[in-house]
Design a protein around this ligand. Structure first.
Ligand code: SIN
Length: 543
């Protein structure tokens, strides 16, 4: 089946999260004809679920607390959290872009919480050595960021195709991207011809049974990019958030987050016996980087006397300096729904899949190695996160890299570097391997979460082999399931090759960090469409 409808633009942005909307708004300023497409409603993405905030160093006249903080200190914390795999040049550029990005966002009407002296309030989260995380609505930062960006996009009448899923890129014979094949809400295929496509599709939390991500986080952009010939890197590093509200052993899909800022304000982790989980584990204790806290909780749960515990507790009952209900209204409401009063009861929590640190190899300007294809936000691997993302760096990355990607498209167009889209019919609907989603989530959760080994990763491979069939990508469900299948294979291939523990990759059969692995693993598709490890590349400046 080939495209039955067509449209044209200078730039197609896929995704309506922080990166996609930042790109679209900047592209409009630059005069690019821009079309935004999203497979759900415009506000269905992951951005609105972000709680903690935006990590950014602002001048002390703007923000309260820690006036001695610096961009260099923020960059250093990012590199420390990244466990040896950050690209330090990318870290410096993205972090340095934060203050201007926040100023621009406030200019669009985003409102961040104020301290008593009227300056912006700042909190701490895991891995930060200073109070530098600004927040909105207490613990509803993502919702406010999304509200401001979406309102501006709508005010600016940026065209938006909701309920259209991206299936594949249209490419020239030499491989340049010149458009995008989509399915509309009735499954009717169409093509948007454009010399530039920006993937801002978010992450892949639905690889696992329990995640903080909404249903839409199905690794779509990663698979579109790999099929277009792009490379991906660091995909074995799936970050598990340490404190997701535990609602019972059968929790599935999006589970409520309990922001790290609760620990930033002084809450501590306790096991079932009331012993502290993080004492003696790391100098920052409960505010250690996220990979360290998630691994420590997992270890404590598996070592529990009398069998395996499936959760620990976050004790916020002794917070004296914050009004919990006002500071953390989202967490308070989620707890109330399951009968927990955080002012009185320790909150039951367990780690759950949260953020894909790796992704499509991209520069800090969103350029991938494929002409006409750009990526920004969680789908991209810029080198900012390395093996473990520092808390609250992702909204920042989306704002900075999203806008820079629009500049890159404008510059590449002006320099004549992009291919001319033809108006011939778009590509045919591709056929791809699709595994049963429930089976995939079960084996990924059992064998490819925190605590992996060679045997378990091989089990995932075998189970995917027997539960996979080739099917046409002729519905949103098929597109998502194919993307999850491809992403799962990429994760397990990289996780199996990396015979060490580093950042978010915890190997029980290789528990130590091994400096011979202090480099990123790069994945590409082989001619039969399977993800394989490519020769190590110099990643700076993209593939
Ligand atoms: C949180 O609020 O704990 C999550 C923030 C983040 O993932 O950066």
């Amino acid at each position: 089946m080939t495209a039955r409808w067509a449209a044209g633009a200078d730039l197609v942005v896929v995704g309506t999260g922080v990166a996609g909307l930042s790109a679209a708004l900047r592209a409009r300023e630059l005069g690019l004809r821009t079309l935004v497409v999203t497979k759900g409603a415009a506000n269905d993405g992951n951005t609105r679920w972000a709680q903690g905030g935006v990590a950014v160093v602002l001048p002390s006249e703007d923000a309260a607390r820690d006036s001695a903080d610096s961009v260099a200190a923020h960059a250093a914390d990012t590199v420390t959290a990244g466990a040896g795999l950050c690209d330090e040049a990318a870290v410096e550029e993205i972090i340095a872009g934060g203050p201007a990005a926040i100023t621009a966002l406030r200019g669009l009407g985003a409102r961040f919480d104020a301290a008593e002296d009227g300056r912006l309030a700042r909190t701490r989260e895991g891995g930060h050595t200073a109070f530098r995380v600004i927040h909105a609505g207490g613990d509803a930062t993502g919702a406010e960021v999304e509200r401001a960006l979406l309102a501006s996009a709508r005010d600016g009448a940026i065209p938006m195709l909701e309920h259209h899923v991206a299936v594949d890129t249209a490419r020239t014979a030499s491989g340049a991207v010149v458009g995008l094949l989509l399915l509309d809400h009735n499954g009717i295929p169409g093509v948007v011809h454009a010399p530039a496509v920006l993937l801002a599709t978010g992450g892949s939390g639905q690889l696992y049974q329990a995640t903080t991500n909404p249903d839409v986080a199905t690794a779509d952009g990663l698979s579109v990019a790999l099929r277009a010939g792009a490379t991906a890197a660091d995909v074995e590093f799936v970050q598990f958030h340490p404190t997701v509200l535990y609602t019972g052993a059968g929790a599935r899909g999006r589970c409520p987050l309990v922001t790290e800022a609760v620990r930033g304000e002084g809450a501590i982790l306790l096991d079932a016996t009331g012993a502290r989980v993080m004492a003696g584990v790391h100098p920052l204790e409960d505010l250690a980087p996220r990979d360290v806290v998630s691994a420590a909780i997992t270890a404590r749960m598996t070592q529990a006397p009398g069998g395996v515990d499936d959760h620990v507790y976050l004790d916020a009952t002794r917070l004296s300096t914050v009004d919990f209900k006002r500071r953390f209204p989202t967490v308070y409401a989620a707890c109330a729904e399951v009968g927990v009063d955080p002012l009185v009861d320790p909150i039951p929590v367990a780690p759950a899949a949260h953020f894909h640190c790796g992704g499509v190899v991209s520069t800090v300007d969103g350029r991938t190695g494929v002409t006409g294809l750009y990526a920004a936000g969680e789908v991209a691997r810029t080198g900012l996160h390395g093996a473990n993302r520092l808390a609250s760096n992702s909204l920042l990355e989306g704002l900075v890299v999203g806008a820079r990607a629009a500049d890159a498209v404008a510059a590449d167009l002006a320099a004549g570097l992009l291919a001319t889209p033809c108006t011939a019919p778009g590509p045919a609907i591709p056929v791809a391997p699709i595994a049963d989603r429930d089976t995939l989530q079960r084996v990924m959760s059992r064998y490819a979460a925190i605590g992996r080994d060679a045997e378990g990763l091989a089990v995932v491979g075998s189970v995917l082999d027997v539960s996979t069939v080739d099917r046409p990508l002729d519905s949103r469900q098929a597109v998502e399931d194919a993307a999850l299948t491809l992403a799962a294979r990429a994760v397990i291939a990289s996780a199996a090759r990396r015979t060490e523990s580093r950042g978010c990759q915890v190997r029980t059969d290789f528990p130590e960090r091994d400096e011979q692995w202090r480099h990123s693993l790069v994945v590409r598709l082989n001619p039969s469409g399977q993800p394989v490890l490519a020769a190590p590349l110099e990643l700076r400046g993209a593939a």
